[in-house]
Design a protein around this ligand. Structure first.
Ligand code: MN
Ligand code: MN
Length: 466
């Protein structure tokens, strides 16, 4: 027997065991394709750092590709493409399918809000010669990560006359940036005794706005006045306008290639714009779907999907109800026959912190998109937990399309946990399972994702709505 020949046990193991392959080994030809795909992704990330910006960038892409605003009372034909913009912060895009609507819809639902620092309603103050903004963090952040990071100011201000001022300072070449300070190590002895969770406290996330005073000894807060004067010159606003505003501070840097092999994308807000972008691309490119498609980009996921631009509102259900009425079919039949990918990221196995993962059920870089049967915490509490039938269906779709995919839990049992929009989709009586991209440093100001995984997630969404 030559050493090349397999033993009986090896043959049997190959027949009976299942091992998830590494894409770079199994399909190296995808490396270049994935890199090319991610060039568009990086541009999109830079243009859409907030939910408002992501929606307006997405609407432009949709309109370029023949989508028109959805109108109730109209009748639509297979292949027609429409979109519905929910208050500039959430979006639904639909392509009418060949099959009648009561046979169900294929939905990909991602979210486009990401953890960040929001301004408080009354943010500007002066302390000891420095003008600062008070913030209230949005979503689950590790606060210490947000100091000494260059920040950009984004958002919208609605003035008394109704005029909307779109704010974006810190993204153009030459723009000033903003920053939160931290102590120097020399004087951080006491602070270093704090637990990491409290290393920086919420009320310490104060953003430096300016330091030059307006020279007039009759003014009590001259540095604040100078800062307000410059904000007025640049945005046309007064202090009262902050009360009519949504201002978000996000990292000012652009999306980049990471690693000497350029295998990863590093950027702010990949949770969950990586799924939003891949789902949107799949939607736009599908011209004649079998079932009616629906790509939803939701807001507010990071704070529990509350609010009328989040998935825990009825905006998606109402949209489907309109479609059902227009098609003359029963809304509840449409829901019962629909299936949905709750398109969200999962935690990629990190070799530096192996203790929080269970290696056999974790997702890894370069092994493809991750199908997450359940999320939740403390014994699957609060999860949708997809049924075996739906798992089988989604796996079949991906296998048939040659998509590289893997399975993943969010960390080891009882280490932590989390949730997605899946449970809100399930409330509509739609079959739903989570699928997305493994992420390193999730929720940090700079997150990492593998280009091969991003590309295969796009392929999964495309196959699902074909
Ligand atoms: Mn997410
Ligand atoms: Mn998240």
């Amino acid at each position: 027997m030559s050493s090349k020949e397999k033993t009986e046990g090896q043959v049997l193991a190959e027949e009976l065991f299942y091992e998830i392959p590494n894409i770079a080994e199994k399909a190296p030809e995808q490396i270049e394709k994935a890199a090319e795909f991610c060039e568009g992704y990086k541009k999109f990330l830079d243009a859409g750092k907030t939910e408002r910006e992501f929606v307006s960038t997405a609407v432009s892409l949709l309109e370029e590709n023949g989508y028109v605003p959805f109108e109730t009372g109209k009748s639509y034909q297979p292949g027609d493409k429409v979109y519905s913009n929910n208050r500039g912060k959430a979006l639904i895009a639909t392509t009418i399918g060949q099959k009648p609507l009561n046979e169900g819809i294929r939905l990909n639902i991602a979210h486009i809000d990401s953890p960040r620092l929001d301004l408080k309603p009354n943010p500007l103050y002066e302390k000891d010669g420095i003008a600062l903004f008070k913030t209230h963090y949005y979503g689950g952040i590790r606060k210490y990560q947000w100091t000494t990071v260059p920040l950009a100011m984004h958002g919208a201000i609605v003035k008394a006359n109704g005029e909307v001022v779109n704010v974006c300072i810190g993204e153009k070449e030459g723009d000033p940036l903003f920053c939160i300070t931290d102590l120097l190590p020399h004087l951080a002895g006491q602070q270093s005794e704090r637990s990491l969770k409290d290393g920086i406290k919420g009320e310490e996330l104060n953003i430096v706005v300016g330091s030059i005073p307006y020279v007039d000894d009759q003014v009590k807060t001259p540095v604040k006045l100078m800062a307000m004067k410059l904000l007025h010159e640049c945005l046309g606003i007064t202090e009262k306008d902050f009360l009519r505003a949504e201002i978000e501070f996000v990292p000012a840097y652009k999306a980049s290639d990471i690693g000497i092999d350029r295998s990863l994308v590093g950027a702010y807000g990949q949770d969950d714009k990586v799924c939003a972008y891949t789902a949107l691309r799949a939607e736009v490119e599908e011209k004649a779907p079998t079932w009616t498609t629906m790509t939803v980009l939701a807001d507010k996921e990071e704070i529990g999907s509350s609010g009328n631009t989040g998935l825990n509102s009825n905006f998606v259900g109402y949209f489907i109800e309109y479609l059902a009425e227009m098609a003359g079919v029963n809304y509840k039949d449409v829901l019962a026959n629909s299936i949905c990918l709750s398109a969200d990221v999962n935690a990629a196995y990190d070799p530096t912190f192996p203790q929080v993962y269970e290696p056999q059920n974790s997702c890894y870089l370069n092994k493809g998109c991750v199908l997450t049967k359940y999320t939740g915490a403390r014994g699957k509490s609060g999860t949708n937990d997809a049924g075996a039938e739906l798992m089988a269906k989604v796996i079949q779709i991906m296998d048939d399309a040659g998509v590289y995919w893997q399975i993943g839990e969010l960390g080891a049992v009882d280490v932590g946990g989390g949730g997605t929009v899946a449970k809100f989709v399930a409330e509509l009586n739609i079959d739903v399972v989570d699928l997305g991209v493994p992420i390193l440093s999730m929720h940090a100001p700079f997150e990492l994702a593998s280009k091969l995984d991003i590309y295969n997630t796009y392929k999964a969404f495309a196959a699902f709505i074909r």
